[in-house]
Write a protein that binds this ligand. Structure first.
Ligand SMILES: *Cc1c(COP(=O)(O)O)cnc(C)c1O
Length: 427
């Protein structure tokens, strides 16, 4: 438990979970956009970053968009198009189509499926990578053979078991969409994440590994798909003297100003990843001996970008903690702690942590949807078994895990202070 009377010196200015790390070069490209008056959704910055991201990921085509969520939306539309040819004139083109989605993730992985009328089936996470469990995915196909699309995220920059997931997709003829919003620069068996599915989506949101202040990209190897996404993103104008429309359009294209920020950041991707890895290793070392471990990854097959460093408390190290829909309580106990206590302790020194992504099957909006674990359980809210044990992996990691301050501008000394505070939680 954390002794609230113990004095830890708070940071003068807040230590963020993960805030933009800027370098100055961004301003040059933004200024260039301004001076040449390419202030709209066309320009050299957009062209340049599309090329650079293609080179970095090995994808043939990249389409710069206003957000990662927009990229996921267009990816879902493209996947739907190959399923129901010729019926894409409206919204809701996935009406009634079952889509298997990561369960423990940010809601933006899943919402685009619902924008199109698709029905999400949530797939439990696995302990080894915290990502979609391929065995649970297989179970889901056994129960719901009509699943047509699989959307899987690489959480916190840690690649999931892509080969196993792809094998299941191929076996059942489903389209695989990769949500690589958090994992730009991470790789799986030597291949960059974002390039491993039919469609890949990345994000340049302010808290991601590199940023454009906002923005995202759709990645694909199909020219036709890239062309259609680009057209849809710019209101679906046909080639005509007036505004001629055959399809529903969206205002999803990236601004050349935002692209300038991204262009200034891309050269620093590797440096950011090195910094995040040092943060992860420092936590790993500094928190040794506690009844807790860092977010794991497949060391043999993957290289994460270590976007966020997270701690998972072992069951023996957990103080009693209960979470309602919007509130939480715990009972302090010597020698143990819990995410709520760690978040409070870290916050008391003016640093920002965050709970693990609350699984989708526990969210009021999605609670009634199907949810499939390794055991094949499909009740959306499986909860606790008779012995009080948590029954699904996502719920368990949400219960015992916590994201620690992972900002690249955090100094080693600052991080040592965070480590001291986290250690004090277990005294
Ligand atoms: C950030 C994020 C998104 C959405 O990206 P935006 O650019 O913020 O729209 C989607 N999925 C995951 C897993 C994310 O972390």
């Amino acid at each position: 438990m954390f002794d609230k009377n113990r004095e830890f010196e708070p940071f003068d200015s807040k230590l963020w979970l993960s805030s933009p790390t800027m370098h100055g070069t961004e301003l040059e490209y933004v200024r260039e956009a301004y001076q040449t008056n390419w202030m709209s959704t066309i320009g050299a910055n957009i062209n340049e970053i599309e090329n650079q991201i293609c080179q970095k990921t090995g994808c043939k085509y990249a389409v710069a968009l206003s957000s990662g969520t927009a990229a996921l939306h267009l990816a879902v539309k493209l996947a739907g198009e190959s399923l129901c040819k010729g019926k894409m004139e409206g919204a809701g083109s996935l009406s009634g189509v079952l889509c298997a989605c990561s369960d423990m993730t940010f809601a933006a992985t899943v919402n685009p499926v619902v924008y199109e009328g698709g029905i999400p089936v949530f797939i439990d996470a696995e302990y080894d990578t915290w990502n979609m469990d391929a065995e649970a995915l297989e179970k889901a196909f056994e129960i719901y053979p009509d699943i047509k699309i699989v959307v899987a995220a690489h959480l916190y920059g840690t690649p999931g078991r892509v080969d196993e997931i792809k094998a299941v997709c191929e076996k059942y003829g489903a389209v695989f969409i990769e949500d690589a919003a958090e994992s730009l620069g991470a790789s799986y068996k030597g291949m960059p994440t974002g390039s491993l599915g039919e469609y890949g989506c990345i994000s340049f949101n302010g808290n991601k590994i590199i940023t454009g202040s906002s923005g995202g990209m759709l990645l694909t190897d199909e020219k036709g798909a890239a062309d259609r996404a680009k057209k849809w993103s710019a209101q679906s104008r046909e080639n005509a003297p007036w505004y001629q429309h055959e399809e529903l359009g969206y205002n999803y294209r990236m601004s050349n100003v935002v692209a300038g920020v991204v262009r200034g950041q891309i050269p620093y991707l590797e440096e950011h990843i090195r910094g995040k890895k040092e943060i992860y290793e420092r936590y790993k070392e500094g928190l040794k001996g506690l009844p807790a471990g860092m977010n794991p990854y497949d060391e043999e097959n993957s290289v994460p970008n270590h976007w966020l460093s997270c701690l998972l408390i072992e069951p023996e190290g957990m103080a009693c903690q209960e979470r309602g829909d919007c509130d939480t309580l715990y009972i302090p106990e010597h020698g143990k702690s819990c995410p709520t206590e760690i978040l409070e302790a870290v916050s008391s020194i003016h640093a920002e942590g965050r709970p693990i992504w609350k699984p989708m099957h526990m969210q009021p909006i999605y609670q009634k949807r199907a949810f499939v674990t390794r055991e094949g359980m499909t009740k959306a809210d499986a909860g606790k078994g008779a012995d009080g044990m948590l029954l699904d992996v996502g719920r368990d990691i949400f219960h015992r895990g916590v994201c620690l301050p992972s900002d690249n501008k955090m100094t080693a000394e600052q991080q040592e202070r965070v480590i001291e505070v986290v250690r004090a939680c277990f005294e």
